[in-house]
Ligand binder design. Structure first.
Ligand code: HEM
Length: 330
């Protein structure tokens, strides 16, 4: 018993030390805390109040808003360009990886409330960062202060989403490349993947693992066999509409259930299962299967969300503040 405890402590020290030395991260930021203190005091409360009402009507919305912020940040920066619409299908939201992204209307509804309080002051990009933070906290995840001062971009290109959003079948080295391009670290990748403690995936996001893993009609051997059989029953070949929880342990709670799911070999996405293949990510996953690691995870997740929220931000005279987030740009 005692030796197990020492082993776990050692592992914790090693993992935390190992990942920390690798995490240079984004070191400085043009953003700041309480940016709207003088120009729109109370904006965070307006956002939170509207969100709590929306979450009360739709318990799946927190997951949608967390993913929306991620997809905005990775494709051309956290500048709300994912919100923009195009008549000819050329905007970020028209790209395949964004076809199941949700929460656009919620951001618009919040923006309308914010505009009523402080016209043309608060950017859509900041509202999206606040909404992602509130989504995490509403589902029992960490409360952290969000940096603000972003401005909105007005060019939205489908290619940016196609080029910069990581693929669901990526292994650790592929995923690291996608994160490194954004100036995010190994640790950010392992930690932010745990956003999959919330929400769902549609069958096509993982059906290759059930039906055609190595091109020979086989099941991914890294998937627990009994769980794979359940998934196959839920997702008959060709089914595109059915969804499954990314974290069946606790789909609506922001907790360590994601890492337990990965550890149990019940992760839906190959990109999540891949965390077991590399020794450092494996060690982090294993550490996080212990409930006492929750506060380390919460601190890590908050820090990595702040890093992600700094990607490609527009500040000062760059970009714009627009009244409606999802206008047509062509
Ligand atoms: C590590 C690379 C990542 C990959 C390859 C990836 C891929 C995916 C895929 C394929 C889905 C399911 C889409 C569907 O079938 O509907 C999904 C869902 C989701 N992703 Fe990720 N993701 C990654 C990282 C992230 C990050 C960094 C966040 C946020 C910080 C995030 C948040 C979410 C959430 C909350 C959902 C559930 C959405 C919902 O229920 O509507 N993901 N992701």
């Amino acid at each position: 018993m005692a030796s197990q405890k020492i082993e776990r402590l050692l592992l914790a020290v090693l993992v935390v030390a190992g990942l920390t030395t690798m995490s240079s991260g984004t070191t400085s930021s043009p953003l700041q805390y309480d940016y709207y203190n003088a120009t729109c005091p109370g904006v965070e409360e307006v956002v939170r109040t509207e969100l709590v009402a929306l979450f009360g009507n739709d318990s799946t919305l927190p997951a949608g808003l967390l993913r929306l912020h991620f997809h905005d940040c990775f494709a051309a920066g956290c500048d709300a360009t994912i919100m923009l619409k195009s008549h000819n299908g050329t905007a970020q939201r028209d790209a395949d990886p964004n076809s199941t992204v949700r929460g656009y209307e919620a951001i618009e509804a919040i923006k309308a409330k914010v505009e009523a309080a402080c016209p043309l002051v608060v950017s859509c990009a900041d509202i999206m960062a606040m909404a992602a933070r509130d989504a995490v906290n509403y589902t029992m995840g960490p409360a952290y202060q969000v940096e603000t001062g972003r401005r909105d971009g007005n060019v939205s290109r489908k290619e940016d989403a196609l080029r910069f959003l990581p693929p669901a079948d990526g292994n650790v080295s592929v995923l690291l490349d996608y994160f490194a391009v954004q100036n995010l670290t190994y640790k950010d990748m392992v930690v932010l993947s745990a956003a999959h403690t919330l929400g769902v995936a549609h069958c096509p996001s993982f059906s290759d693992r059930l039906y055609n893993y190595s091109g020979a009609g086989d099941v991914d051997p890294r998937l627990d066999a009994a769980y794979a059989a359940n998934l196959t029953a839920a997702c008959p070949a060709g089914n595109v509409a059915t969804v499954q929880p990314l974290d069946p342990v606790s789909p609506y709670t922001f907790d360590l259930g994601y890492y337990q799911t990965v550890y149990n070999r019940e992760a839906l996405l190959a990109s999540d299962a891949a965390l077991l293949d590399d020794s450092l990510s494996f060690a982090y996953v294993q550490l996080m299967t212990n409930g006492s690691s929750l506060s380390i995870f919460f601190d890590d997740f908050a820090a990595s969300m702040i890093n992600m929220g700094r990607i490609g931000v527009r500040t000062g005279t760059d970009g714009e503040i627009r009244a409606t987030c999802s206008i047509y740009v062509d």
